[in-house]
Design a protein around this ligand. Structure first.
Ligand code: MRU
Length: 364
């Protein structure tokens, strides 16, 4: 998507690969919206750290980063023999997988890359195949997001007020985004609407990232405190909810997404407001049989006890908000059951969550 810098628009992708330097190129998301910077990770160890430390975040974006990280790690190999090479790639896979546990996209992406590598007879061939497969994953991510836009755009009617949670925009993917794709497509079709961005404590991806994206794209929006959505729904000020997901269970239709999503789904049901989840196919987990099996990332209590921002001089600072000496719990995600979800917006159509399994041949 376009980023406006010093009055000029320039197209960027969230994740890219520099083949000559064997480096992954990432938008440094922790600095947004106050500073726009692209950074390079020069080894797969640095790439895994960038996922863990949330330089890059969002299921699709960390999927593509892990895909490039696996190819990067494969290309780092200096030893001899296919068996030693495969052992090395296995270690790279595990390191990238462990960086963040809830999103399934990194695992799905890397499993597919390893499958494609198998057809190479030499180390050099497998290294080439790994990078080709990683590039294909990134391209597919962009294509899926564009198709989600086409499928979801009719849901966004003139004058609507749409609520979204966290950031499932282009910063959470390689480009375009999922929850934002129908919004961008509706905007391109000339429709006017308003987006409410949940602030999304504790890391505030809604206030910092989604609001920045919508501002860059010229879409009318307001940031609301996480606790304000129920009040707005009760007063008839929200017509539709669209969120993304880090893992959708193909067998049950349960949806893991940023903490607070479940609360919004309960509220939407209570107020008869349609609640949609937009996902590329890499977000579907066909194995797990129960949402309670989804690994939920527990993050540092310091995120809840304080907040990051910039001061009047533009310097980035963390401030302590909570009572010094108090502890905190910080689960990063929650699971929304299918009965609270109107539809899953996929690249191939909008499906009720419990219909995913029946349609699995179209969804792989
Ligand atoms: O912790 P984050 O910022 O990686 O969480 C992101 C979200 O929860 C998004 O809503 C989610 O990834 C779905 S869109 C890719």
């Amino acid at each position: 998507m376009n980023v406006i810098q010093r009055g000029k628009a320039r197209a960027y992708r969230t994740v890219d690969f520099d083949e000559a330097a064997n480096a992954v190129r990432l938008i440094e998301q922790r600095l947004l919206p106050h500073r726009f910077e692209v950074v390079s990770t020069r080894t797969h160890v640095e790439t895994a750290a960038a996922i863990r430390d949330m330089v890059v975040r969002g299921a699709g974006a960390i999927g593509a980063t892990a895909a490039f990280g696996l190819a990067q790690g494969a290309r780092e190999f200096k030893g001899r023999g296919l068996a030693a090479f495969e052992k090395h790639v296995g270690r790279v896979f595990e390191r990238l997988k462990e960086a963040r546990p809830t999103a399934v996209d990194p695992v799905n992406a890397m499993v597919e890359i390893r499958r494609r590598m198998e057809s190479g007879g030499t180390i050099a061939e497998r290294q080439v195949l790994a990078l080709e497969a990683a590039r294909d994953f990134a391209e597919e991510d962009v294509r899926h997001c564009r198709e989600i836009g086409e499928q979801g755009a009719p849901l966004i009617r003139e004058g609507m007020r749409v609520l979204t949670h966290c950031n499932a925009g282009w910063l959470a993917f390689v480009d375009i985004g999922t929850a934002t794709a129908p919004l961008y497509a509706a905007q391109a079709a000339g429709r006017k609407f308003h987006v409410f961005c949940d602030e999304t404590r504790p890391r505030c991806q809604g206030a910092s990232l989604t609001a920045w994206e919508l501002h860059q794209q010229g879409i009318a929006h307001s940031v609301i405190a996480d606790n304000a959505a129920g009040h707005l729904m009760q007063r008839g000020e929200i017509d539709l909810v669209i969120v993304g997901s880090d893992r959708v269970l193909g067998r049950t239709g349960e949806v893991a997404n940023k903490i607070g999503t479940y609360t919004k789904a309960v509220l939407a049901k209570r107020h008869r407001i349609p609640f949609y989840v937009a996902i590329p196919l890499s977000t579907i987990d066909w194995d797990l049989t129960d949402g309670m099996q989804i690994p939920i990332e527990e993050r540092s209590p310091t995120e809840v006890l304080g907040a990051w921002g910039v001061d009047e001089s533009g310097k980035r600072r963390r401030v302590q908000v909570a009572n010094p000496g108090s502890g905190a719990r910080n689960p990063g995600f929650d699971v929304t059951p299918p009965e609270l979800i109107t539809g899953i917006i996929t690249p191939v159509g909008i499906l009720p969550p419990r219909q995913l399994w029946k349609n699995r041949e179209r969804l792989v």
